[in-house]
Design a protein. Sequence first.
Lengths: 231, 407
Amino acid sequence: MIEVARVGKTYKRGDGTPVAALKDISFRIEKGEFLTIRGPSGSGKSSMLNIMGCLDKPTCGTYRLHGEELSGYTDKQLSHVRAWKIGFVFQSFNLMPRTTALENVEIPMIYGPGHVDRKRAIAALERVGLGARAHHYGTELSGGEQQRVAIARALINDPPLILADEPTGNLDSAGGAEVMGILRQLHREGRTVVLVTHDDAVAAYAEREILFKDGALASDRKMAQFPVEAQ
Amino acid sequence: MRITTGIGIAWRSMTRNRLRTFFMMAGVTIGICSLTILDSVGENTKREAMKRFKNMIGTFDTVIIRPGAGKTRGMVSLTNVPPTLKFEDAQAIAEEITEVKQVALLQNAFDIDVKYKDRNASPAIFGVSANWLDLRGDELASGYFISVEDTQSLARVAILGSNVVPELFPEGGPLGKTVRIGDVPFQVKGVLQSRGAGPGGGSLDDLILIPVTTASKRLFNRDFLTMLIVQLRDPEKSETAMAKISALLRQRHHIAASALDDFTMTSPRAVMAQVSQMASTLSTILKGIATIAMMIGGAVIMSLMLISVSERRKEIGLRRSVGASRQDILVQFILEAALISSFGGLTGIALGLGGTNVAARIQHLPPIFVLQALEWTAGLSVGLGLVFGIYPAWRATQVDPVKALRA
């Protein structure tokens, strides 16, 4: 599914001095895996996620998704990959302001299929348990509900890969548990879920954990299978 | 992304932030509105100036000759007339120069009291030849004009300008009545149709026409003329005719080769060309002002769009993350600018048409809508959005989604 080979990422600071965010990272993720990327802030885990999500390009090394080597892809080709293959979930939800839950969920359909299918958008909201709140604005929803809208949005084009960057970081424990429950459900349906997190409780959902430290891969281990069961 | 989807997105974004949309539209509206109004005012002023000069000059196949060296250009002065242009000069021009079809004569005076019963008026008194009506292009409202026999017999007949009638005959029926012009009785033979305003804005109808011979011998006691109107057989040959007339008059007035003319010739064509030129200049200046207004409108669009782009970095980042390419973002923002400026433009045109009506009413003229101008104004308002929307839209494509989403 995902093959990261000798990937490096170097940023330039304001004064021009280069900073290495990622150094010589290599790993593989098989289809249907549920893994977390952990590490202290600044360890490069978010940079890795952005490269995996085609929002950023590696400075060196290769990134393969579904066997496609993406480093030579144009902006348009990468956008196509993002639209169809990847669903993003962010820490700060990133719902559009002054926009209903339904309209938020519809946005990726503009760039994937090219036309908006309202029925599918409603079905996606029903899946995350928000069918009744389709016409509510983001500000009228709780944090957990907002994140569930964001998940419905990530799922609308049926991508095989879900990338989540601290999805429970801004939620209380109940909201976090709901969101994690949905992510686990997605995993059980056969989707690949990659999750960046600090939170041990969240990490406990995963089968595998990759640890980053100072831009390098510190460890990569399989976890005990599902220590936290559904409530 | 389909264009209809794009328009849908732009529309939603416009309705989502109404205040911003309103101000962007207002920028274009003001520009387009002032363009529409000023364009029409310019056109109207030009046409009106032409019309007034036409009123004053009459026909176009003529040359006007006045005594005295050229002191004033264009406008005809009827006061302080030097006594150099004689009846015999007019006769000589008519008889000796083959290009000349006929010559009309004018002798005039102001401040002469005209009385009918107990009523008074003091219109301009014009002594004219029988062909005056023809050469001026005027028409009679009623009665008859001065005839050749009238001029030969020094008849005391008068033709009233349309303003004089209500002053002396408020009850109407002036024909056949006797008015006293400077204590000389004249019988009213005809009434002129109104000529409207002259170039200075004053009325051209406050006058009485009498036979030029009667004026000269019975009223003014003068043997010199105020003005000659020379009609040419072929207006295309006015240069030759004017040269010949000039030579003839110089010879008759015994002017030495080195001395200046003691008369002035004006060709209505030349005057009209000048007037037209002036009016066009005015029109151009007004267009310039309107263009500046448009530029300001464009600057408003551009600055609000730039603010909008920086406010919407998160939205841009999000759209990019769910599959929008840079091109999709570019199209979205350009469409938004174009749509807003088209709406602004349409509003501007509507307000401009209303404003044109008001401006025309202030000018006391019928409003003129130049359809062709409306077309390019409409095009301009879309273009304005496109041109001034491109840079902000390009900036939107340069938003780094990673940074935008992290915030």
